[in-house]
Design a protein around this ligand. Structure first.
Ligand code: GLN
Length: 480
């Protein structure tokens, strides 16, 4: 069986028909990591013994004739800002380089109970701030399709692990596109669920009103199966909501004929690379072949979205990162007094992008500037939300490119933060508004670099979003 044929249902089949053991499947992926990761560098640290132990537990269940849990034997990679008890949780930062998580994040607890196997923790832009994984304090990750290119970010390690056949699925976090953009750069599926669909307990916070954990995988059915396990109310996260979690897998074969897909005219105006435009056009034809109707919609406040997102994300980050002070977690550099210790610890522990954001975030929250920046950005956020509410009256889904360009070269944007921020234009609004968004592969550049198409849905409409995505995949939309 080829690597890309491994999926949640395929693994279940192999296990239940006795064609492979969970240990063999786990070993296969551990070997692949050993072979490929020295070049790609998707993982910060691996977890081979514990992974094999988890796999053995599944094999034991099998031998004893117990029913298999929903994700039995699924080899997964976990972004290194999600806590796994007893393993380091570095967040790609020097300040947490040696920090060991004391508890499992709720998503991990649920995946564990569902039989998933954790292969290791993946690289990310420091504290998830970036779009290329070059901001990791340790090393950049490379695009598995071409090592000279970035895998996207900030969940670049997770996307590269899946795209590079070093995991069947992964978890990432998405504050402004960090699941969807790397998914598109690495040719995999990536879902950011509705804000409050999935518990954030155990995710190291970046922008608490924007962050969501979500799955990346090679197939829509994997993403659906994983979401079904991790979604739902959690008493440890007061922003998670008590809303019924439907059976996402079972929902994958519903008709899509007559669904309306909105195309925001502001998004298609300019600034999109020709090759992206071409692949998106082909994707649109596929949706039409499936019987969907394309309708033009308006999102008039789009031009303020980047500024709005960066003011809010930086403000929240500056507050969230105040906890890393040398006293309670991670690195400590002793100075002559308390203030020196704070200063020296934070100076040595944080990288340039994180410092930039803490400074800007503190500035927009400071007295005298709060009204002009932070408060105004909150108001703009409401206007953007209203744009989406109106758009969703006309359309069931909204379609955009995931990123305006194909993957870029390592180093191409790392000296120019603004260029990096601007490339988030299509993904940040889903976080500002809270709606779910998925990136699906929709072809490649002539050089073989993947391109992604993004679908956004209404709040908590993941079931229909996944179904439409699945129909697109089945119709051959992934490789037009
Ligand atoms: N690229 C965006 C940023 O740098 C989004 C990051 C994310 O979603 N974590 O803020």
């Amino acid at each position: 069986m080829e690597f890309k044929e491994y999926s949640v249902p395929a693994i279940r089949r192999l296990l239940s028909q006795g064609q492979a053991s969970a240990r063999e499947i786990c070993r296969l992926f551990l070997d692949s990591i050993e072979r490929r990761d020295p070049q790609v560098r998707a993982y910060i640290h691996w977890n081979p013994e514990a992974a094999l132990k988890q796999a053995d537990r599944i094999d034991q269940l099998r031998q004893e004739g117990h029913p298999l849990p929903p994700l039995a034997g699924l080899p997964m990679a976990i972004k290194d800002n999600i806590s796994l008890q007893g393993l380091r949780c570095t967040c790609g930062s020097k300040i947490l380089e040696h920090y060991v998580a004391l508890y499992d994040a709720t998503v991990i607890e649920r995946l564990r109970a569902a039989g998933a196997v954790f292969l290791g923790k993946t690289n990310l832009d420091e504290f998830a701030m970036g779009s290329s994984t070059e901001n990791s304090a340790f090393f950049p990750t490379r695009n598995p399709h071409d090592l000279d290119y970035v895998p996207g970010g900030s969940s670049g390690g997770s996307a590269a692990a899946v795209g590079g056949e070093m995991a069947v699925a992964a978890l990432g976090s998405d504050t402004g596109g960090s699941i969807r953009q790397p998914a598109s750069f690495c040719g995999v599926v990536g879902l950011k669920p509705t804000y409050s669909r999935v518990s954030r307990y155990g995710l190291v916070a970046f922008g608490s009103s924007l962050d969501q954990i979500g799955p990346l995988a090679g197939h829509v059915c994997d993403v659906a199966a994983i979401l079904g396990v991790i979604a739902g109310k959690d008493p440890h996260d007061s922003t998670s909501l008590e809303i019924n979690v439907p059976d996402y897998l079972e929902g994958l074969n519903a008709p899509v004929k007559g669904l309306k897909i909105g195309l925001p005219k502001e998004y298609f105006r300019s600034g999109i690379a020709d090759v992206v435009k071409d692949r998106i056009d082909r994707a649109l034809r596929k949706f039409e072949e499936l019987g969907c109707a394309l309708v033009e919609i308006e999102l008039p406040h789009t031009e303020y979205a980047i500024a709005c997102y960066y003011v809010l994300a930086m403000a929240e980050a500056s507050s969230n990162l105040a906890r890393f002070d040398g006293v309670r977690y991670g690195l400590r550099i002793n100075g002559g007094n308390l203030r020196d210790m704070y200063q020296q610890t934070r100076d040595a522990g944080f990288g340039a992008e994180v410092k930039r954001r803490i400074m800007l975030g503190t500035f927009v929250l400071s007295s005298g500037y709060y009204d002009a920046y932070y408060l105004k950005a909150q108001k703009v956020r409401t206007l953007i939300k209203q744009d989406f509410e109106r758009a969703f009256e006309r359309a069931d889904f909204i379609l955009t490119p995931t990123s305006p360009t194909p993957p870029f070269r390592l180093g191409e944007k790392s000296e120019d933060p603004l260029a990096m921020y601007l490339s988030d234009i299509f993904t940040i609004t889903a976080n500002l508004v809270g709606v779910p968004g998925i990136s699906l592969p929709c072809g490649k550049t002539p050089e073989g670099l993947p391109i992604g198409v993004q679908l956004l849905g209404r709040h908590f409409d993941e079931k229909r979003l996944l179904n439409l995505s699945h129909q697109f995949e089945e119709a051959g939309g992934f490789s037009p």
